[in-house]
Design a protein around this ligand. Structure first.
Ligand code: F6P
Ligand code: MG
Length: 481
């Protein structure tokens, strides 16, 4: 019997509310992201033109290839410029062109229903749909060109930001190294493990502060501040966690000892955040008896600027293993370099042994992973992506990282802040044990004490969107009798 699609009793966030972050995003942030893509392709075309001049007399076929690629690059630039033009003038969203890649029919079917409802323009479409649609359309513009198919317009930005994270990464590697000597004692001492667990979960939470779709200009000191780890930093930050289910998730995890449980990580951003996800996964598998396997769920194509793609996942391990990746830093000791090598070598072994697995490497993994690049809230995941729903239903814990995953869990609609988290995630509630680690960078937020929210609003705090505040939301799975 086909279950009805869940309908929330509240409207979605959209740019018609000019005081909301979605309005800011369509007016300011998306145009910057599109301009950055145009500038990036421009720079590449300039390099190609120079190379074509150099090889013209030496390698004709290479010169021809470069001129064809340059011509296609110019077409992409005019497509994205046209997109910026239409966006700024609140034109209609056009159908995603057939590029032989995933979800074309699904995006266009949703767009049809928005058209029926007369909210299919850039300033009227639901924010969640429009933003996912934007990245799917960018994908199509590259896919439709022979020499640019599958191109990641954000890879340089992602790598550039990752290279700036060396100091914090070496510090974390040494922290993990110090655990090595305590390993055996730790495994049998839940109280000690609890302290470490809290440090690890907060390091992983705040790792989400570094998403590039929001942070376009960051100075090295901003980055260092964002990435400060360690006990003091975390204590200082705990007041910024407005919903804190750390205790509840630890009590649940403690019931999983020695049962060979699997952890599923629904990833968010590449670089430093992915590094913190690896560290948290490593801690749970190596130093606790609660999990023995971890599956990491990426996006299938470049998404929200910095989200992890399969290429990012693989490159991250090789970058961390290369002693030349991070620029030399006077504060980094040779010991820390060795600690990082040792730790990442362990991760590499875990990947080789299938203890750490990328979901796209699992049979049927590609199909399962498509859902994360879709425009839908997660409410009806079991209907829209039964393979994925079935897979996650078998998990010991599913960790959803970041703001976009949170928006999709709660459907990006205008729930009152005091709405219980289980209510906001609708029919997905109870399907599997679920933990969301989110720094707030969009309006939707639930499970928060109304008084707390009011006080912050009265103080003029942009607690919903600044990325300075966070939510740790846990929900156990349904107990199968
Ligand atoms: O454009 C806003 C947004 O979609 C928000 O979800 C958030 O600000 C950002 O992009 C993505 O954040 P994250 O990487 O944490 O999902
Ligand atoms: Mg992201």
């Amino acid at each position: 019997m086909k279950r009805e699609m869940f309908q929330a009793p509240y409207p979605p966030y959209d740019p018609t509310d000019t005081s909301g972050f979605s309005y800011d995003t369509v007016v300011k942030r998306w145009p910057i992201i599109l301009t950055n893509i145009i500038d990036h392709v421009h720079r590449l075309l300039h390099g190609m033109t120079l190379e074509a001049q150099q090889v013209r007399d030496l390698d004709l076929s290479r010169a021809e290839e470069l001129s064809k690629k340059t011509k296609e690059g110019q077409e992409i630039i005019s497509e994205i410029s046209r997109l910026k033009y239409r966006m700024a003038r609140d034109h209609e969203l056009e159908n995603i062109p057939q590029d032989g890649d995933i979800l074309v029919a699904e995006y266009n079917a949703e767009l049809d229903s928005l058209k029926q409802a007369s909210c299919n323009t850039w300033f009227s479409a639901p924010w969640l749909y429009a933003e996912c649609y934007l990245y799917r359309l960018i994908r199509a513009h590259f896919n439709q060109r022979t020499y640019w198919r599958g191109f990641d317009p954000f890879s340089t930005q992602k790598e550039g930001m990752f290279k700036k994270s060396g100091a914090a990464i070496y510090q974390i590697a040494t922290t993990l190294h110090e655990l090595e000597s305590e390993k055996v004692k730790l495994q049998g001492d839940p109280d000690k493990l609890e302290v470490l667990f809290k440090e690890m979960i907060q390091m992983c939470l705040w790792g989400n502060a570094t998403d590039l779709s929001l942070l376009t200009h960051l100075s090295p000191s901003d980055i260092e501040h964002l990435q400060t780890v360690g006990k003091e930093a975390q204590e200082a930050r705990s007041e910024f966690i407005l919903k804190d289910d750390q205790g509840a998730v630890w009590s649940y995890i403690k019931t999983l000892a020695n049962q060979g449980k699997r952890l599923d990580f629904v990833l968010d951003n590449a670089g430093f955040e992915l590094f913190t996800d690896f560290v948290f996964a490593d801690f749970l598998v190596t130093y606790t008896p609660y999990f023995s396997q971890v599956v990491f769920h990426p996006k299938l194509f470049p998404w929200f600027v910095s989200d992890v793609t399969p290429a990012d996942f693989t490159n991250t391990i090789s970058s961390l293993l290369s002693s030349a990746f991070f620029p030399p830093n006077s504060t980094t000791s040779p010991d820390s370099v060795a600690h990082l090598q040792q730790m990442v070598t362990r991760w590499k072994n875990y990947i080789d042994k299938g203890i750490f697995t990328l979901a796209t490497d699992i049979s049927n993994g590609q199909k399962m992973t498509e859902f994360w690049n879709g425009p839908w809230p997660y409410w009806n995941m079991n209907e829209l992506a039964p393979e994925l729903g079935q897979w996650l239903n078998g998990s010991g814990l599913v960790i959803f990282k970041g703001d976009l995953n949170y928006r999709k869990l709660a459907g990006d609609v205008k729930w009152p802040v005091s709405t219980p988290f289980p209510t906001a995630i609708g029919p997905l509630a109870g399907s599997f044990p679920l933990l969301s680690l989110r720094t707030n960078k969009a309006d939707v937020a639930v499970g928060i004490d109304e008084k707390v929210a009011e006080d912050l609003d009265n103080k003029g705090e942009k607690w919903r969107v600044s990325g300075k505040y966070a939510l740790v939301s846990f929900l156990p799975g349904r107990i199968i009798q």
